[in-house]
Design a protein around this ligand. Structure first.
Ligand SMILES: [Zn+2]
Length: 448
């Protein structure tokens, strides 16, 4: 397929804009790019997709999400509102995840994937829990991912909070699904990846951590877990081990270059050094952190010392443009300094660092994921944007943060397959998915 007459934004180093540009997609890859006239001459028989002046960007990535939270939208909870993060877990998330049945898991994922395709999010890293239906739950999500046509890295959140049997089952689900995803990748399928999920230090014993580390070592995988999201996690860790959260995880051998640590809000300078030295990847979720009022991660410091901090939504809308804007604003307000976290650093997280995280879980996608480049995966989005001021490669971050939005996404392509063409979803029936999801969510709310 030949995408013509767009403004290409390569997101390379340096980032380049190509006006009246074209991309030639062959199979699952970008095979060529350049000016429209040149590529039209080179590939005269290719199927055409006219970008009509839209921006052409690499697909967006969400590095931490929870599809299972979709049915929480609008859900009323009885009793007093949650006053702090542990109460949010107990009153909302731990009630919801126990009420999920397999079809709820599948439709929660489908609802999120409609949202992702609509907003140009082409790869997502999910962290799943459904404590009364654990075994096989990742297959339900994978089926939804396959139906949508996006890419996703899945895992199950192992926890001791519901007893030994549930913890064992969560461990087994990770092992089963990691082997399955590895087999798919060996067969050349780059749509599904897996890692070993852990909920968080505060719901995991030393014994369970050790079991998980031994098994993950055999499977050749790292971990995806919440780290020091709230001060309650720190207090729990100090109580259990006399160590702070990252220190405890380091001692348990959870850290490492294949491990993804979500949040890291309450980590001190010694812990950030441990994250850096171990090569651990961090993912920041500003909307979630503000919503739960858990505090503000010292992102400028983590980025300054070289920790690869990516950007996730932690279950918020799959509009990563909104997440970028939230990150851009949150740290200025928190530090009381408008120089904090400039726009280019925000884009560095959402594009460069998220691509690095995805490469870890999808080594088969190669080094160019997240770029428009020959040989890169053909994950491409077309975005409506008529710049009212001059747009250059240098000022693109501020156009993106102040002017663009995921609602402007017109077309979404993953692995060379068009999932949404001119705002029409081709793989997912949005109305039917929403209708069934409303029925399921209504029943689930009654169970809760
Ligand atoms: Zn999370």
């Amino acid at each position: 397929m030949l995408i013509t007459h767009g403004t290409l934004v390569t997101m390379g180093t340096p980032n380049e804009l190509v006006s009246d540009g074209a991309l030639y997609l062959k199979g699952e890859q970008i095979a060529d790019l350049g000016r429209s006239a040149e590529l039209e001459a080179r590939y005269p028989h290719a199927e055409r997709l006219d970008a009509a002046g839209r921006l052409v960007l690499p697909g967006l990535i969400c590095a931490h999400t929870h599809f299972y939270g979709a049915f929480a939208r609008g859900m009323a909870l009885t009793g007093d509102p949650a006053a702090n993060f542990p109460e949010i877990l107990e009153k909302l998330w731990w009630r919801l995840d126990k009420a999920l049945w397999p079809e709820d898991v599948r439709y929660s994922a489908l609802v999120c994937l409609v949202d992702a395709v609509r907003h140009g999010t082409t790869t997502l890293i999910d962290h799943h829990a459904s404590q009364h239906h654990i075994t096989g739950s990742l297959d339900e999500i994978a089926a939804a991912v396959d139906q949508a046509g996006v890419r996703a890295c899945l895992c199950y959140e192992v926890t001791d909070r519901d007893g030994e049997q549930a913890a064992r089952e969560g461990i087994g689900e990770n092992a089963r699904f990691v082997r399955l995803a590895q087999a798919r990748q060996r067969d050349g399928d780059q749509h599904i990846a897996a890692t070993f999920g852990l909920h968080a230090s505060l719901t995991l014993s030393d014994a369970t951590l050790k079991t998980c580390v031994d098994l993950a070592g055999q499977l050749g995988t790292g971990f995806h877990l919440h780290v020091a999201e709230d001060k309650a996690d720190v207090a729990d860790s100090l109580r259990k081990s006399a160590l702070r959260v990252v220190e405890r995880l380091k001692k348990a051998r959870i850290l490492g270059p294949s491990t993804l640590a979500a949040h890291c809000v309450h980590v001190d300078r010694i812990e950030t050094e441990m994250l850096l030295d171990s090569g651990t990847m961090v993912v920041h979720n500003p909307r979630s952190n503000m919503n739960n009022a858990v505090g503000t991660a010292d992102l400028p410091w983590m980025l300054k010392i070289g920790i690869p901090v990516g950007l996730g939504n932690d279950g918020f809308s799959n509009n990563m443009f909104t997440e970028m804007a939230a990150a851009y604003l949150a740290h200025k307000q928190a530090k009381g300094d408008p120089r904090t976290l400039p726009g280019d650093q925000v884009l560095g997280m959402a594009w460069d660092h998220n691509a690095r995280i995805v490469r870890t879980f999808f080594p088969g996608l190669g080094a160019q994921i997240g770029l428009l480049a020959a040989g890169a995966p053909a994950d491409v989005v077309l975005v409506d944007y008529e710049p009212p001021t001059p747009l250059t490669a240098g000022n693109l971050p501020w156009h993106m943060l102040f002017g663009m939005d995921g609602t402007g996404v017109d077309t979404t392509i993953v692995a060379g397959r068009v999932l949404m063409r001119h705002r029409e979803l081709l793989t997912l029936d949005e109305a039917a998915i929403a209708a069934r999801a409303r029925e399921l969510a209504g029943k689930l709310w009654k169970r809760i």
